[in-house]
Write a protein that binds this ligand. Structure first.
Ligand SMILES: Cc1cc2nc3c(=O)[nH]c(=O)nc-3n(C[C@H](O)[C@H](O)[C@H](O)COP(=O)(O)O)c2cc1C
Length: 175
């Protein structure tokens, strides 16, 4: 098995992170891997909002918790200090697919660097809120953007979980 396939098979969603911030170099490499994802018609219709700011990270956690209807105080990001939010141009037909590939590239890049990651949902609902639309505007991001996913990144607290067995009967050959 080559290294890429090994990483694809060994990456798992991490649900316990240390609070220590990964190096900016590592974060940048993960982001760059995301930017190299395939995209419909090569339009690169997804963008990444890289949040390492503790205050904003806490607010995002709180809003995510509220949207999810979770118990107050629960951190849906499992303590991860870095949240890479993928948003994609609402008016581009493949935007959800494009953004999803960015998410996957980043999770795999994190794994390859020895960091943990997990896709956390509810970015769509978060960025439908006026406060977060305003945040984008304040950052100079014009246009209409849909939140695709929150990629939570950090050092793993504990081990990498084992993959569950793959379900049977998911491949249909025509030879
Ligand atoms: C679209 C999507 C949304 C997800 N949202 C969440 C989430 O909000 N919270 C969470 O704990 N895991 C979330 N996950 C992680 C999945 O639960 C996880 O990928 C799945 O259990 C398989 O585990 P694995 O990633 O280790 O293979 C999400 C995954 C995807 C692809």
């Amino acid at each position: 098995m080559n290294d890429v396939i090994k990483a694809l098979k060994e990456r798992r969603s991490i649900r316990s992170f240390k609070s220590e911030m990964p190096s900016k170099e590592d974060i940048k490499q993960i982001i760059e891997a995301g930017l190299y994802a395939a995209s419909g018609k090569g339009q690169q219709a997804a963008i990444i909002l890289a949040v390492t700011n503790k205050e904003l990270r806490t607010k995002l956690s709180q809003i995510n918790c509220t949207i999810g209807g979770f118990k107050e105080g629960m951190d849906p990001f499992y303590g991860a200090p870095v949240i890479l939010i993928v948003l994609a141009n609402k008016n581009w037909p493949t935007h959800v697919y494009d953004g999803s590939l960015v998410m996957d590239n980043m999770m795999l890049a994190a794994h390859s660097l020895g960091l943990g990651s997990i896709w956390i949902h509810r970015a769509k609902e978060t960025f439908e809120k006026s406060e977060y639309q305003q945040l984008l505007k304040d950052l100079g991001v014009e246009g209409e953007w849909e939140g695709i996913g929150n990629c939570a990144i950090g050092y793993i607290d504990g081990g990498i979980p084992r993959a569950v067995a793959r379900k049977d009967n998911r491949v249909f050959w025509v030879e």
